[in-house]
Unconditional design. Structure first.
Length: 193
């Protein structure tokens, strides 16, 4: 409401009206508007907590939690399709952020008027980690893509040359000085087993 200028904001109007009232009525009405805004914020956060648990945490726990690479000792991998669905731009986590948290975070409204945190610190930290994952594994078009470097260490003495073809990206190595080759793995789903 207050964050979107396209809507009439009754609380803001009440705050403005308080400025025109005589003492002590102006303070009372202004305090009423502040308290009303705090209630609206807290109810919005309560609603978002339910949405967070139902739409984000539930999917994370079902398909990602406890699986490799998020648990290095796990015997089961996160399916690439689930990784992509959860972390991609406009995926599960990003959609939740855009629809529910972005206005609070971008307008620095993560604390209420009493400086109490409206959004849990662990949620903000998880969103930040997810942003780094998205920036690392998705290109500007939002497609899953891994960039990495490969460097041959040695070649068997009875071989003159080795060529590694990774989805059309050739790495040619001979008995010479080793060099790092930078690769982009754009068709990650082709390597899913």
């Amino acid at each position: 409401m207050r964050l979107n200028d396209n809507n009439r904001d009754a609380i803001f109007e009440l705050s403005q009206m308080a400025k025109t009232l005589p003492e002590p009525l102006n303070r009372w009405v202004d305090e009423l508007s502040v308290q009303a805004w705090n209630v609206v914020q807290k109810e919005a956060i309560r609603y978002m907590e339910v949405e967070w648990n139902e739409n984000v945490v539930k999917q994370y726990n079902t398909y990602i939690a406890g699986r490799y690479p998020f648990n290095p000792a796990a015997k089961q991998d996160v399916p690439l399709s689930e990784f992509e669905r959860f972390f991609k731009p406009n995926g599960t986590l990003d959609s939740f952020y855009q629809q529910n948290l972005r206005l609070f975070v971008e307008n620095n409204l993560v604390n209420d008027s009493d400086s109490q945190s409206l959004i849990r610190a662990d949620v903000l930290a998880q969103i930040e980690i997810a942003n780094r994952i998205r920036e690392t594994f998705f290109n500007a078009q939002g497609n899953l893509e891994a960039q990495y470097a490969i460097e041959p260490l040695s070649l068997s003495g009875n071989k003159r040359r080795s060529i590694l073809n990774l989805d059309g990206q050739l790495i040619d190595y001979a008995h010479s000085r080793s060099h790092v080759t930078h690769l982009v793995m754009a068709k990650l789903n082709a390597f899913q087993y």
